[in-house]
Design a protein around this ligand. Structure first.
Ligand code: GDP
Ligand code: MN
Length: 395
């Protein structure tokens, strides 16, 4: 789960990380008021969306008067901001963060991620802040400082000091940098972070260390024990199709095609998406219905797939191990009747109780296209999609 910059900054402030003064605004008037509250002569007006690269997309504006702040706020609020991370639909800007500007002497990069393979926390730092880390890795790979932290021991002060020295900082700044790195680490660890990125982390003209930006994501599997973090969720920043599915415990990823998919098992789901593409179609989603899917859960999956208005046909592909084909078949009929699915449905069943499942489909008298293999199912789904007027090319 992602959170906004101002929320991440609030968490960092609790751990002693130094930040510019700022305030939240929901309207242009409030933005100007915040600027006068903060004081000074120059402010940054920052769109709060779940994306980086806002600066290049016009989502960060430096303003010299409260009039300019108001105008910048008017331009940003209520619009969808498209950055190179959001996709073409962009993300809705419904709040702004107004911040004092600071005198930047140097921009650095500081990131925390989980290295799943090493089962360790990895800290990445670079003296080339401002750019994105991919860009730094590409253009100045030698500037990347990587430190591995054993979560059992935690980040040791000597490790933070080593990072600070490797960044080539002046002696008087080193201690402040050590405190910043340790503070960020505590925030990352205490809230079950999966990613924390401070870019840029700046050294001011006066020698302070300040986080000018902050991006933070959390491990969704740990949210049950982090009530205050789960409360920071902003559904307006999520794909509504994915929100609908995740609220119902379904594993769903929205895609750009028109063939809706209901599949059990992530591996079979990936294989099915490939087969649809090979057959000349484009999947609308990835949906793993999971093991032991009751008829009710199958019906829920239909609802989730139908959240996507682009869907023209639905392909149900089940290889039942723990699942039971008869339950899935019952679920398909239930969905047709209760959810009122009028789109063509292609069903491929294999495994536990397959004969019983097929019988239920045949006895229902409903118009359902049946297939015996994955390949046949994918081909029939693509054919039904084309017959339904499907033309959408791969996005
Ligand atoms: P991002 O583009 O989404 O990563 O947003 P950032 O918060 O990183 O802002 C983009 C850029 O705006 C930063 O890299 C800074 O160069 C600039 N910026 C942000 N705040 C200030 C500030 O207080 N003073 C100055 N001079 N520049 C700022
Ligand atoms: Mn940034």
């Amino acid at each position: 789960m992602d959170i906004h910059e101002y929320q991440a900054k609030e968490l960092l402030a609790r751990h002693g990380v130094n930040l510019p003064r700022g305030g939240l605004a929901y309207s242009p008037e409030q933005a100007a008021y915040r600027a006068s509250e903060i004081g000074g002569e120059r402010w940054a007006v920052k769109a709060q969306i779940h994306s980086g690269a806002r600066g290049k997309a016009g989502g960060v504006k430096l303003c010299d008067s409260d009039k300019a702040v108001k105008q910048a706020a008017e331009e940003m609020l209520g619009k969808r901001l498209v950055t190179h991370q959001t996709g073409p639909e962009g993300k809705l800007v419904n709040r702004l963060y107004i911040e004092e500007t600071v005198d930047i002497a140097q921009e650095l990069y500081l990131g925390f991620v989980l290295d799943r393979k090493a089962e360790r926390i990895m800290i990445i730092a670079s003296s080339s802040g401002g750019m994105e880390v991919e860009e730094i890795a590409d253009k100045e790979p030698e500037s990347l400082i990587k430190t591995v932290v054993d979560p059992g021991h935690g980040l040791q002060e000597f490790q933070a000091r080593e990072i600070a020295y490797n960044l080539g900082l002046e002696y008087k700044v080193v201690n402040r940098m050590v405190d910043t790195i340790l503070g960020c680490y505590r925030a990352f660890r205490d809230y079950d972070g999966s990613m924390l990125e401070i870019n840029p982390l700046v050294i001011t003209g006066g020698g302070s260390v300040m986080a000018l930006d902050a991006k933070m994501s959390f491990d969704e599997n740990a949210l049950f024990r982090r009530q205050e973090i789960s409360e920071l969720r902003d559904k307006s920043q999520e794909d509504p199709r994915e929100t609908f599915a995740s609220d119902r415990g379904l594993s769903y990823v929205g895609l750009n095609g028109e063939i809706g998919c209901i599949i059990n098992g992530a591996g079979l789901a990936m294989a099915t998406l490939d087969m649809i593409k090979i057959a000349g179609g484009e999947p609308a989603n990835f949906l793993d219905i999971g093991g032991g899917a009751s008829p009710d859960r199958v019906a829920k999956s239909f609802r989730a797939v139908l959240q996507d208005e682009n869907v023209k046909v639905i392909f149900v592909n089940i290889f039942a191990g723990i699942n039971r084909c008869d339950w899935v078949a019952e679920g398909v009929i239930k969905a047709k009747k209760e959810v009122g699915v009028s789109l063509p449905i292609i069903v491929r069943l294999a495994g536990t109780n397959v004969e019983k499942g097929k019988q239920i489909l045949a006895d229902s008298g409903e118009d359902i296209i049946v297939a015996d293999t994955l390949k046949e199912g994918a081909e029939k789904a693509v054919k039904a999609w084309k017959d339904a007027g499907g033309t959408k090319a791969a996005a």
